[in-house]
Design a protein around this ligand. Structure first.
Ligand code: ATP
Ligand code: MG
Length: 349
């Protein structure tokens, strides 16, 4: 495998990433993981991906992506359709080979020891891998054998997982007769039966009902609490925000930000807003002020975007006084991770 980023800026571990926003909203995030250094490769991270690049024909699906994940970390990959998330997961699991770049998991170079790593990993791919012509119990047993678990352990853990995943009553039914949510639950069971050190999940809760989603999330959280490192790709920003210690936002095959959900939210101060409703409709254009970047009318509310909520509220009060209005409700709203995600990815569309 060719390696491109070996001579990456030797000791400058800290890198400032200018995010692709319009000039008015441009922000800078200081980020230490967006580009790996030679040292990073030798340090003990659970996962190091360095300079990953993948082309399909002439199409560049993943473009020189580097990140590292600490042991026990819950790490999210977020991005719009076609961003390259599944391609990254497939490279991390050894299904696809990057043209350029290298991957180390649990201290082992994936290119050199793929089989050792397969035993330490659990994977929920985008398209399920469970066997439809086997029962739930048989699937668990087969995966247990793949991972070399002795029969007693396979039986014990299989039984426990069938109960925990709410499949005990259907343990001996063929998986092809399962609903989507039930199939996803048994996929989770098969991926975690061997209690992997690293679990890679590609949209495990997509299209599931609340109960199935909760069950899967609880199971994955439990595994993480016991020390497993998790990479989760999802479109569910709220879920990523709740579960992940850091999220990596990908767009068009490139990283646009890596940070904690909280820090991403606070960095985009201009996405703070004040929501106000009055006893009658007010023309949004009356709220023009330097501290106010935009005003949106949302039903009976006005959403006033500002970098300084305090000053924005003063402006609201001035308009209220001038027009002799009553305030029905007023609240300040921090940017949601969804606001951040849209902002970071819209500049590319
Ligand atoms: N085997 C393949 N052959 C050709 N192009 C591919 C292949 N796999 C992926 N691509 C392309 O690479 C890009 C990234 O695809 P990928 O599946 O990684 O996106 P994604 O972020 O997982 O999207 P989604 O959110 O829809 O699952 C897309 O443009 C896709 O069409
Ligand atoms: Mg995908």
């Amino acid at each position: 495998m060719k390696r491109k980023s070996r001579k990456c800026k030797a000791k400058s571990n800290l890198k400032t990433v200018k995010l692709g926003l319009d000039p008015e909203n441009a922000i800078e995030i200081t980020d230490s993981d967006n580009e790996c250094t030679e040292e990073l490769w030798t340090m003990s991270y659970a996962i190091v991906a360095e300079g990953l690049t993948k082309k399909f024909g002439k199409f560049l699906a993943v473009d020189n992506i580097s990140f590292s994940v600490q042991e026990g970390e819950f790490f999210g990959l977020l991005g719009p359709n076609g961003a390259g998330k599944t391609t990254i997961i497939r490279m991390l699991t050894g299904v696809l080979k990057p043209e350029v770049g290298r991957i180390k998991i649990d201290g082992v170079d994936l290119d050199k020891e793929p089989l050792i790593l397969k035993e330490r990993m659990g994977v929920i791919p985008e398209v399920g891998t469970v066997y439809l012509d086997l029962t739930a119990r048989e699937n668990l047993d087969l995966f247990g054998r793949y991972y070399g678990l002795p029969k007693k352990l396979r039986d014990e853990r299989g039984e426990r997982l069938l109960r925990e995943l709410g499949l005990y009553d259907r343990a001996d039914s063929l998986v092809k007769n399962f609903s989507k949510g039930m199939r996803q639950r048994i996929s989770i069971g098969c991926a975690i039966l061997h209690e992997p050190k690293v679990l890679l999940l590609d949209e495990p809760t997509e299209g599931l009902d609340v109960q199935s989603r909760r069950m899967i999330v609880e199971k994955v959280k439990g595994l993480n609490a016991k020390g497993s490192t998790i990479i989760l790709t999802t479109h569910n920003i709220e879920e990523a925000s709740r579960l992940c210690q850091r999220v990596c936002i990908i767009d068009k095959g490139r990283i646009v930000a890596i940070d904690s959900p909280e820090h991403l939210r606070s960095t985009l101060e201009k996405l703070q807003s004040v929501e106000v409703s009055f006893n009658r409709r007010v023309d949004p254009s009356l709220f023009s002020a330097q501290c106010i970047s935009r005003v949106e009318e949302q039903g009976d509310k006005l959403k006033i975007f500002t970098s300084n909520p305090d000053e924005a509220i003063e402006k609201i009060m001035a308009v209220k006084k001038e027009l002799v209005l009553n305030i029905v409700s007023l609240s300040t709203v921090g940017p949601t991770l969804e606001d951040v995600f849209v902002k970071l990815t819209e500049a590319h569309t």
